[in-house]
Write a protein that binds this ligand. Sequence first.
Ligand code: PLP
Length: 401
Amino acid sequence: NSVFAHIARGPEDPILGVTVAYNKDPSPVKLNLGVGAYRTEEGKPLVLNVVRKAEHMLVNDRSRVKEYLPIVGLADFNKLSAKLIFGADSPVIRENRITTVQCLSGTGSLRVGGEFLAKHYHQRTIYIPLPTWGNHPKVFTLAGLSVKTYRYYDPATRGLNFQGLMEDLGSAPSGAIILLHACAHNPTGVDPTPQQWEQIRRLMRSKALMPFFDSAYQGFASGSLDEDAQPVRMFAADGGELLVAQSYAKNMGLYGERVGALSIVCKDADVAGRVESQLKLVIRPMYSNPPIHGASIVAAILKDGNLYNEWTIELKAMADRIISMRKQLFDALHARGTPGDWSHIIKQIGMFTFTGLNSEQVAFMTREYHIYMTSDGRISMAGLSSKTVPHLADAIHAAVT
Ligand code: PLP
């Protein structure tokens, strides 16, 4: 008898489980709108041309070896990642009061940041938005933090519950950590306006709340890397401290390469150096050091003016295709006379639309139309194409009438 015989089967991950169910469905019209990965008009995964070029350069460079990276990863990659999120002329970089460490994509950066805070920061409570990416509560709980929520989304308006957000941050204990989606909030597609960000910043700084930005979609929301980084830069500009987790999964299409970075902005260079020494002690027993390939691709692209420009063009094309899918889906529902106000489809931004469909309607669409999505009604706009919009619009129409 196995010593593991008592082990119960664990549940599928609510997001990745959607793909498992999709893969089992033999229907030719099936559509996977669950996972947040970009697809072309033809429904195929996309490797950016600029990534292919960078990989080609790397492969042909015989001087490159496969030695271990340092615990904190590739130095060039870390410097360039900080420049990308904070801006080339950022005072935090000029004053050298930042530490950036390469981590395993966005998730790994959040986890390392969470463990560092649990070990060294005086407040062990982190507030995450309600709702948020399903992995956030698990990552931070296992990192050793205590997770609470703040109000974020208002189902009645399918927009931001700004008053609720301000009240909840206002009553959080001084010093508490606040998880903020830098742009393109997942799953709602609802972001604060620049004016609202400024009010959030002032409130948080007045209460010494610690911002922890999750930047998984820089460039994907608006098509502009600089515009999508504005909230992070606004907080960095006031001289206060903050953390940011960056992912290159979506904006460079490097999903499976697991490439990302954690930056901690400190008051001065001396503190930043000591913080980095402690990050190394978090990382070393966790996975020793990060993988080399993805970070080398990113560094090659970010340090070469031509490759960087090519990247921004390809990134904008992905963002524009998603925006065009919003318009097409909205128009298709309008044309069908589908009851309800669907304007949130074009107002929300980023990879996802929070449709407002409930779990029964979602189950109906999966059963009758072979359309797969998370049960909260979130659909990945990146998984849609002009060809599949009519099928989705038919399904939504049938689900709500
Ligand atoms: N944070 C948010 C809000 C996300 O949506 C995602 C991916 O879906 C991630 C972080 C982490 O992604 P990865 O670990 O692939 O970079």
